[in-house]
Design a protein around this ligand. Structure first.
Ligand SMILES: NC(=O)c1ccc[n+]([C@@H]2O[C@H](COP(=O)([O-])OP(=O)(O)OC[C@H]3O[C@@H](n4cnc5c(N)ncnc54)[C@H](OP(=O)(O)O)[C@@H]3O)[C@@H](O)[C@H]2O)c1
Length: 249
């Protein structure tokens, strides 16, 4: 059976759980080779074992720009290029400023913003090269959030700031890379049932509303990402906002 991403190598950050795990599976099901990035090697190895030859493991902390660059270079060298980058790794807390820990704020900036910058910076020349190849396009998809479009109440301070920042960065990158046929898109989930929202921490993003609202499954977001990266070369899907049906905010 032929997949729509046969011959394409995709880097997925945060592939050890949640949306990243589901996305790596979905891209592999379309024929892509998937490079799995995250810190928990055991989780990545379990996933790679399921996916077979078309998956490889990179134990990488996205806040370490040198490690990110080394891993991206290794993928490009060993797999002959990189055609899809999914910037998915993320972290969030929802503490109001009077109670917040500055270290938690910095971690959100480091993972959600600086991590996206490091991975994108390392991959961009490989993506422009891939866009001149067989598929005729390459893709950067960043998993932002509803919090990238609106500030949803007290406590969303730094999480929302990081997601607004990646939205602005993504739009600028879209304008820069459109002539080279690198498509740059955002997928913006509402509440999804993942480790991020099920930590037991009452300061996890959207944890307070989880019991009242419907929730998405990680697969719902993976489906949106696959949709974005499998459009014909003439079509760039720049933004996809996906909420559970009952989520109003
Ligand atoms: N769940 C939601 O309701 C929701 C809503 C909107 C947006 N999002 C966004 O969706 C994305 C994925 O989150 P999720 O919900 O799937 O949560 P998750 O299950 O907690 O997954 C987060 C992933 O990010 C990775 N990660 C965290 N810090 C990292 C670091 N320093 N270096 C490398 N990888 C790191 C984790 O891997 P390791 O711990 O193994 O490194 C994990 O694979 C995030 O960007 C999040 O902001 C989630």
């Amino acid at each position: 059976m032929t997949g729509r991403l046969d011959g394409t190598t995709a880097v997925v950050t945060g592939a050890s759980s949640g949306i990243g795990n589901a996305t790596a599976r979905a891209l592999a099901a379309e024929g892509a080779t998937v490079a799995l990035f995250a810190r928990r090697r055991d989780r990545l190895e379990d996933l790679a074992a399921e996916l077979g030859d078309h998956a490889e493991v990179h134990e990488v902390d996205v806040t370490d720009a040198d490690a990110v660059r080394d891993a991206i270079e290794a993928v490009a060298r060993d797999r002959g290029g990189i055609g899809v980058l999914v910037n998915n790794a993320g972290y969030g807390t929802m503490d109001p400023a009077l109670e917040a820990d500055l270290g938690e704020w910095r971690t959100m900036v480091d993972v959600n913003l600086n991590g996206v910058l490091a991975t994108t910076h390392a991959a961009v020349s490989h993506l422009t090269r891939a866009a001149r190849g067989g598929r005729g396009v390459a893709d950067v998809v960043t998993v932002s959030s509803v919090a990238g479009r609106k500030v949803n109440g007290p406590g969303s301070n730094v999480y929302a700031a990081t997601k607004h920042a990646v939205n602005a960065f993504s739009e600028a990158l879209r304008q820069e890379l459109a002539p080279q046929h690198v498509r740059v898109g955002l997928v913006e989930p509402g509440l999804v049932d993942t480790e991020l929202t099920n930590t037991g921490r009452d300061n996890a993003p959207d944890a307070s509303s989880a019991s009242e609202l419907g929730v998405l499954e990680a697969q719902d977001i993976a489906d949106a990402i696959v949709y974005v990266v499998t459009r014909p070369p003439r079509t760039a899907v720049n933004e996809v906002l996906v909420r559970p049906i009952e989520q109003t905010g």
